[in-house]
Design a protein around this ligand. Structure first.
Ligand code: DUC
Ligand code: ZN
Ligand code: ZN
Length: 489
């Protein structure tokens, strides 16, 4: 049998539900054999002493996206995908963001074209819906869902993005009817705006007041409200970037009642706190994201929620804005906390941070690590089992990790275009030394071997939360039935 293009030998193969030493055979970009011993392929890699795991899927990152404040991400599809690959990822799912007045279809088409021209790894994208016009709801959104874009994000905050409760119900109803997963940024806009207004009026402009204005209660209230609104129609909903204990508790409570409610968190909520923002001058801007990093009690609650499964996803929420006037600091040193672009870079370090701080520190098992960084993303967003696992028939998207490799994180050593990292100087142990995408070695010993544009668009299927045949109550069934097929202006 010499029909393998690539074989991996003697590695410790870890998936979300298995852990064993063995060999993997790959042909035509697909895993065709897994066994204790396989003959060498045209190329053979000895993975003895290393971990062979599914390539990461980062299902929440911002790439080539314009913020509602008009700031463009520092990373385009090329730099973002290169950075992601170096961090052990083989698929990314960023956002095609509709701003008010824009055609959702046109936004999606332009975004997809740019991705196809530049990405070095496979990709899909979610939609962001900020303008749920009849055209968006009756035509563009259903057609895009049918074309394999089976998830979209909506905001409960930001004046230029937020949907009101009626609009949230409209998009939730479309999600239920068409088979898509709504992702919700849950923060109460009025609470944040009210606090911010009074902070600014009192002369409190420093970056640290960003965290004060984004009070945890704003997140807890909106999380509870999003869950309540989804439960009106009994539709699955995913709360993204959960940062508070109260948010995690609301998700857990809903899950305990059997509701299809899911949660995601990010490394910065596990590893940073509001104190990181509290540094002289405007440098705290490097740590400003929404929701903001919180406190040790929240961190502990989030680690526990990852361990228990309440939170199923660990995403980077890579939102790359440079630490200069093009990004974080539109007014230079005079920038107030309200003008700072919201978001932190983290695509490349997401998995190494979770490996180091989660697995090596004993908080999570290796199998939980795989589930939280890859398999659960594939299931949640309709990519499974093509992506997110090591099994015969799956795409050969694999990261080989050296669990002993220690590295000090620096912006200069990373491959994004942001120019800083909030983790500067932090040591991590465990690094993906070889990354394989559809059977091609695209990163080896920190060197890239991937052509611009080699990544492929993946049309996604039904997200797992919508696959389950779940009985819905007669009340929800009636509400879904009376929801019109065509929404009038
Ligand atoms: N929400 C995100 O998901 N990312 C960056 C900023 C934000 O508000
Ligand atoms: Zn958000
Ligand atoms: Zn985000």
């Amino acid at each position: 049998m010499t029909d393998f293009d690539l074989t991996l030998h003697n590695g410790r193969i870890v998936t979300a539900d298995a852990d064993f030493i063995g060999d993997i055979g790959i042909a035509n970009g697909v895993i065709t054999a897994i066994s204790a011993k396989l003959p060498a392929g045209k190329r053979a890699i000895d993975a003895a002493g290393r971990l062979v795991m599914p390539g990461g899927i980062d299902s929440h990152c911002h790439v080539e996206q314009l913020s509602s404040m008009g700031v463009l991400c520092a990373d385009d599809w090329y730099s973002a995908s290169v950075s992601a690959a170096h961090g052990g990822n083989t698929t990314i799912v960023p956002f095609a963001a509709q701003h008010r007045g824009q055609s959702l279809r046109q936004v999606a088409e332009e975004y997809a074209a740019s991705a196809a021209a530049k990405s070095v790894i496979d990709f899909s994208y979610h939609l962001i819906i900020s303008d749920p016009t009849p055209q968006t709801l009756n035509h563009d959104l259903p057609e895009l869902i049918r074309a394999g874009i089976t998830s979209f994000k909506v905001f409960m905050t930001y004046d230029k993005l937020k949907l009101d409760d009626k609009q949230l119900l409209d998009v939730f109803a479309i999600a239920a009817r068409e088979g898509a997963l709504p992702m919700v940024h849950a923060e109460n806009n009025d609470v944040i705006s009210w606090i911010a207004r009074h902070l600014l009026a009192a002369g409190h402009t420093a970056p640290k007041y960003h965290a004060v204005s984004h009070d945890p209660i704003a997140e807890n209230e909106a999380t509870q409200r999003a869950i309540s609104l989804a439960s009106v129609l009994e539709v699955p909903v995913l709360i993204v970037h959960v940062s508070t204990q109260g948010g995690a508790q609301a998700i857990h409570a809903a899950q305990t009642l059997g509701a299809p409610v899911y949660g995601e968190t990010c490394p910065h909520y596990l590893l940073l706190t509001a104190e990181d923002i509290d540094i002289p001058g405007v440098e705290g801007a490097k740590f400003c994201c929404s929701p903001p990093p919180r406190d040790p009690v929240s961190q502990q609650a989030l680690w526990q929620s990852l361990d228990s499964g309440t939170l199923a996803l660990l995403s980077s929420d890579h939102a790359p804005y440079r630490y200069d006037e093009s990004g974080k600091l539109p007014e230079g040193e005079a920038t107030t906390f309200k003008q700072i672009a919201n978001g932190l870079p983290g695509l490349e370090v997401r998995m190494p941070l979770l490996f180091s701080e989660g697995v090596r520190s004993g908080r999570l098992t290796l199998q939980q690590f795989v589930a939280l960084t890859s398999t659960n993303h594939a299931r949640m967003y309709g990519l499974y089992p093509k992506k997110g696992t090591i099994s015969v028939g799956a795409d050969a998207d694999i990261a080989i990790w050296d669990p002993e490799h220690t590295l000090t994180l620096t912006a200069a050593g990373l491959h994004d275009a942001v120019g800083y990292t909030p983790y500067e100087g932090r040591e991590v142990t465990g690094w993906p030394t070889t990354v394989i995408s559809r059977g091609e070695v695209i990163v080896d010993n920190r060197a890239l071997h991937a052509e611009r544009g080699r990544g492929r668009f993946i049309a996604r299927g039904l997200p797992a939360p919508l696959q389950k045949t779940r009985e819905i109550s007669p009340r929800a069934a009636l509400l879904r039935k009376i929801f019109p097929n065509v929404i009038e202006p």
